[in-house]
Design a protein around this ligand. Sequence first.
Ligand code: GAR
Length: 199
Amino acid sequence: MTLPIGVLVSGRGTNLQAVLDAIAGGRLDARVVLVASDRPGILALERAARAGLPTAVFDEQALGSRAGAHSAMANALRESGARLVVLAGFARILADVFFEKLPGVPVINIHPALLPRFGGRGMLGAKVHEAVLASGEAESGVTVHRAEPGKVDEGEIVVQRRVPVLPGDTPETLAARVLAVEHEALIEAIGRFTETPAH
Ligand code: GAR
């Protein structure tokens, strides 16, 4: 059965685009029923609109608080019929109420490092790659994992892919190498839920 998914975004949306391309190319038996963001005017929302998808912005200031925004976002996702929520570069930590309002709906997150290392509060984008380079690790990669209330970058790992860290790497070159495997890892992870919707 085609899996209805909701996608949460905060930035440029290359992971969202990869999911849309995989669906359009028949590689993923899913359909995106809502693209939601915490901020307006981002490229990810443009990509969604270009694909003719419903979009919504849940601004914390306008809605009074993070919990208020995430509660409204969960309501919208429930109304959209989403059976899986994908955090594809979503920059906020979801309030507990988000999970409470979507019982039985798995939430997955993509993180640009090999968790459990290089995750946690504030570990976003370039900061992650800077930390990997500073550590002297020979490998980095991507982790798609279940997101759970009260936890940041923790939860059951669904898919992990590795890439080498190369001499002379900068946060930018490492980010680009990781991003290339992120897209396939995310599609593979979503695919797992299309095989076993009750995962
Ligand atoms: C991706 O690299 C994703 O792994 C990262 O944000 C980027 C979003 O790119 N997520 C995190 O750092 C979460 N902790 P995109 O908007 O082009 O998909």
